[in-house]
Design a protein around this ligand. Sequence first.
Ligand code: SF4
Length: 247
Amino acid sequence: MGNFPGIFDLCRGSFVDGPGIRTVIFFSGCKMRCIWCQNPEAWSEDLMAVVRFSPKELVETICRDQIFFNSSGGGVTFSGGEPLLHPQYLREVCLLLKARNIHCAVETSGCFDEEVFSLGLDQLIDLFLYDLKVLDPSAHLKYTGIPNDCILNNFRKLAIRKNALKVTIPLIPGLTATEENLCAIAALLKTNGITEYELMTYNPSCIDKRLKAGLVNEPLLRSQPLSINEEMTFRIFFDELMKRPDK
Ligand code: SF4
């Protein structure tokens, strides 16, 4: 069992991680170090208890809810951490799920290797929920710990499958939720013909979680969420950017 990736949570009956009723599988491990991360304990298997399943065992567990998937148009969502750090394993799991006609979604940071494409795993995923955080390269490095060129390259490759890509954008006050950053993201989406997106509400409980995980608190993070007015303003601003015709 030692070679199978660690799973730190398995949540049945979710309505928020893709269409219909879903089972969400949370894989441990992530190369990024976002200062607003809600699950810093998931960065490494050393930081939390994990369970391991063979691909067949995991699929059997997922399929306990197949009746709910079928009746709701749901399926399974792989999350984390970063699930695409385990492309060979995920390919085996997805092949078994596709044989049972189960919808497969992935929540990804976009920080994954070429192997996802060379193994054909990308073609087995019905929906990518793709997080775009900061487009300015130096700000991305500062806030997430890694450059964003690989993330943008992977985004452009996946954007060919337009309907299979929905972009999620975390609204972190002063960091990602700035007019400049949202303009850059909207331009990228429009250039690549992506129309599905969702702006994600900032939850300052990440500050407490970071403290509990023994991480130095980051003064760049605001301890209050965006006010309703602030958040609405950003949402309307982004919607209008996306509707605005290109010059
Ligand atoms: S990519 Fe996601 S899991 Fe990884 S550090 Fe950032 S927020 Fe956390």
